[in-house]
Design a protein around this ligand. Structure first.
Ligand code: PGA
Length: 240
């Protein structure tokens, strides 16, 4: 398991929260917790200027070219990002990203010097068809094939994202254990594995009490500094 815990803040297509840059605000890393913010591409500069740890919500694998509306991994790096989200379920579902696309993004991110956060997780249909393990296994192994740099895994059951109802801790724990067992030996211990989907102040403590959970990817509950602060506090007080 990783030593330092991780909170990834996915602000999605929302304006920066008021006070995002406060010197003592919750969006800054501490000695125990690395906080990474993922603003829209338009707000990356402001977050870098505020000396936050910043990542891109998406980066295209190609370095440049005729890809209207996109930004590349190299551009994110050049702007001061250190991380990038790859394979978020909203991009898989709403932008039609395939396993091959996500794989190409992982390799390009690593090549550009970014640390990718690979999002994997089943949809409600996958779950109802008893295909959770099959789908998550394929998403994981196809994305990291041939990858040499470090990465973070976020297990995010797609059906729970944005609903306010997270997966139950015992199931998160079981899935994290399974995911870790699928990793190649050399990566099994050191690759951080975080949970995402409806993490909020009310459930953060129970989720962080799971020994296999190294942190969280937080969406809606990270839009308000006070609510995100409660999640930071819960992580700080969770067992190591
Ligand atoms: P949520 O989003 O916390 O709003 O469910 C999580 C995510 O999109 O990664």
């Amino acid at each position: 398991m990783s030593q330092k815990k991780i909170l990834a803040v996915n602000w999605k297509m929302n304006p920066l929260p008021k006070g995002f840059d406060a010197p003592k605000g919750p969006y800054r890393s501490t000695n125990d917790v690395t906080v990474i913010v993922f603003p829209t591409a338009l707000d990356i500069d402001a977050c870098v200027a505020a000396k936050l740890t910043v990542g891109g919500q998406y980066g295209r694998a190609e370095e440049k070219g005729s890809f209207t509306g996109d930004v590349s991994m190299a551009m994110l790096k050049e702007r001061g990002c250190t991380y990038v989200i790859c394979g978020h379920s909203e991009r898989r579902q709403k932008h039609g990203e395939t396993l091959d696309d996500v794989h190409a993004q992982m390799l390009a991110a690593s090549e550009a010097g970014l640390i990718p956060i690979l999002c994997i997780g089943e949809t409600a249909n996958d779950r109802d068809a008893n295909k959770t393990e099959q789908v998550v296994h394929e998403q994981l192994l196809s994305a990291i094939d041939g990858l040499s740099g470090e990465f973070i895994i976020a297990y995010e059951p797609a059906w729970a994202i944005g609903t306010g109802t997270a997966e139950i801790p015992t199931k998160i724990e079981a899935m994290h254990t399974t995911i870790r067992s699928w990793l190649p030996k050399g990566l099994r211990e050191e690759t951080p594995l975080i949970y995402g989907a409806s993490v909020k102040p009310e459930n953060a403590e129970a989720i962080f009490a799971c020994p296999t959970v190294d942190g969280a990817l937080v969406g809606i509950a990270a839009l308000q500094p006070s609510s995100f602060q409660s999640i930071v506090d819960a992580l700080h007080s969770s067992p190591l």
